[in-house]
Design a protein around this ligand. Structure first.
Ligand code: FMN
Length: 350
């Protein structure tokens, strides 16, 4: 849509633009900073605990600038994720005014009007902060483009790891159909970033060919050295392949620890594990919760093979997360492979 806008708004980025997803609880200062240093766009995950969020913003400011202060009139070249249903607007907007992140990524609202309230408040608090909204349907994306005019629309396909719309399509139809709809309404001045199942160079190449200006990776960064992740969770990601068979979308994963607090149209993609098998076999949620709570008491928190009952969020691209590596290496490898894939496609075109 507007391919130059990302390199204008985030002048340190290299091409193709790779974004690390704001994975709450996983994407902390070290990952966001490493992705920034590698010429990508790094996001901090949103944290409902406002004190922890403030510390994360201070820490990442220090990593970027060498101290805890930003020069006046500048932005922090790091993005901040917000889970709308779980965080308080006033508290988060006060932090945005103070730390001036270059972008704020909005996701998971109870009502679509909530996106408008947050967008307005953020723009008022920090006028240079860009608004990113992640959504997974053509109609929803078009409505948000009209009502909020975000700077970036993150189109999230059903292959994505973690939470997303219960109903959804892969990016292969979601992106081009959304682009046609936006263009027909002349809403084509925002950047489009693809998310969901992108974990290697060929899928980056495919997303660009579909019309995206950049890509998001979540699952692939779960094996980055800088990610905050329990070793047994990371081991599960490293050993899992064939994500279409080994992951599934379900609301169950949000019911394991108690009542589901996510907005009603959401579910999440995670590894298929014993809790899910029990659910399919008709075992009651009370029983499943009891076994889950017991597994959470073990040293591996229910992430290990023997006792796997906890949610291990991962997308269908999990088979590409084969090796633990610094984020910079992951990005370099994916970028190079994307170029090879695109060159091959051009050769095939003749
Ligand atoms: C472990 C994990 C945690 C996530 N947490 C968040 C989150 O807190 N906020 C958010 O907007 N998206 C979150 N996501 C979804 C990502 O934004 C993104 O859509 C997804 O990672 C893209 O698909 P992929 O995992 O196949 O790369 C999460 C994804 C994963 C895998």
């Amino acid at each position: 849509m507007s391919p130059q806008r990302l390199s204008q708004d985030y002048p340190w980025v290299s091409s193709p633009v790779i974004v690390s997803a704001p994975m709450s609880g996983f994407a902390g200062p070290a990952l966001a900073h490493a992705v920034f240093k590698a010429g990508g766009i790094g996001f901090l995950g949103g944290l409902p605990d406002i004190k922890a969020l403030r510390t994360a913003l201070q820490d990442v400011t220090e990593l970027v600038t060498g101290n805890r202060l930003l020069q006046p009139e500048t932005t922090l070249p790091i993005g901040l994720g917000v889970l709308l249903f779980a965080q308080k607007l006033d508290e988060v907007v006060a932090l945005i005014a103070e730390f001036r992140p270059v972008a704020v990524w909005l996701f998971a609202a109870h009502e679509s009007a909530d996106f408008g309230r947050w967008t307005e408040a953020i723009r008022k608090a920090s006028e240079r902060t860009k608004i990113w909204i992640q959504f997974g349907s053509v109609t929803g994306a078009v409505n948000l483009a009209q009502s909020c005019k975000p700077d970036v629309l993150v189109l999230q396909g059903a292959d994505a790891g973690g939470h997303g719309g219960e109903k959804g399509a892969g990016i292969i139809s979601l992106i081009p159909e959304t682009l046609y709809a936006l263009q027909s309404l002349e809403l084509d001045d925002m950047s489009i970033v693809a998310a969901g199942g992108i974990a290697d160079g060929a899928s980056v190449a495919a997303a660009l060919a579909l019309g995206a200006d950049g890509v998001v990776m979540g699952t692939r960064f779960l094996v980055a050295e800088e990610t905050v992740v329990h070793p047994a969770y990371q081991a599960a990601i490293l050993e899992t392949e064939d994500g279409g068979q080994t992951t599934t979308r379900a609301k169950l994963f949000d019911e394991l620890a108690g009542p589901n607090i996510w907005p009603k149209d959401f579910d999440g993609r995670a590894l298929i594990a014993q809790s899910y098998h029990d659910h399919i076999q008709g075992i009651s949620i009370d029983e499943i919760r009891k076994s889950h709570a017991e597994a959470k008491q073990t040293p591996h928190l229910g992430f290990d093979q023997e006792n796997r009952r906890a949610a291990i969020w991962a997308g269908t691209g999990v088979g590409f997360a084969r090796k633990k590596a610094p984020a910079s290496e992951i990005i370099a490898e994916v970028r190079q492979a994307a170029r090879i894939a695109l060159e091959r496609a051009i050769t095939v075109l003749g």
